[in-house]
Design a protein around this ligand. Sequence first.
Ligand code: IPM
Ligand code: MG
Length: 352
Amino acid sequence: MKIACLAGDGIGPEIMAEARRVLDALALENVEIFEGDVGGTGYKKHGHPLPPETLEMCKAADAVLFGAVGDPDCDNLERHLRPEQAILGLRQALTLFANLRPATMFPGLEDMTALRPEVARTIDLLIVRELNGDVYFGEKAIRTLDDGRRQGFDLMSYAEDEVRRIAHVAFRAAQGRKKKLCSVDKANVLETSQLWRDVVIEVAAEYPDVALSHMYVDNAAMQLVRDPGQFDVVVTGNLFGDILSDQASMCVGSIGLLASASLGETQTEYGTKGLYEPIHGSAPDIAGQGKANPMAMILSLAMMLRHSFGLEGQAARIETAVSRTLADGIKGADLGGSASTVEVGDAVLARL
Ligand code: IPM
Ligand code: MG
């Protein structure tokens, strides 16, 4: 089982170290770890946020465990050299088009959510975010118009096959859960969204057991805080999914808790090849201080074991250990507690 570990920038190395301790503790046979530079670290050491050797390592791996990228030192570089291009480049190069971002309420965190506890308690949803298209990858530039004014633009587009493949992922995910799928778009204004909606409706014919609904993204943002319990699986485009998943994280208490899996269609001898990362960023303001919550990273490891290696039992074991750690009141600064990154890691290990 070849695993590429890319710790990246900011708090990336600290949280990756805790996930690696958890992985070691499972004492799995047949694991081979490869480490690569990525993000600002990749740029500083090799002149590129996604150095060719790192990309090759990821292509050869069965799964990629990814920390975080983002470095204020690099914010003024040309866009193609900025740290974020590492994750965008990997998603594109490995055709990881399906991003699964589960959000569930952990018992013991009711006081930490931005919502009323009785509302937060109902949250058990999965955001299926498309990851290879939309304004993220369309033509983009800042150009000067004939009259001398500067204009920025980013082309939003989806081809029908791109919508169809993510819709299938979402319908299948719903079949394995409460059989409810809400497709989020902005079809009242955007043609891209109209096509999205048309194609999702076409695909729905193959899944008569799933109840499909549609919602405009502005309403979805509102409903997510008004009554999040109404959602089971949400499928949406790249940009809307980016925004709604950050919002969902605060509804369950902290962005330090949400893991994600980015999957494509490549099957290895163990499972689906994928990249696993916390949804939070590199948090440069707290980097190196031992304050970061490693739970989203550790939960990303669990998702990797489940999706890429078919080790459901080990994945569930890690998730239970994290859940018990929280229920026992061991929390980092992001959750109003005082446990350090390593102390949270120790507590999870003890409960494993
Ligand atoms: C995420 C992040 C990335 C994104 C950034 C770092 C490029 O916000 O994974 O949600 O926008 O997709
Ligand atoms: Mg984001």
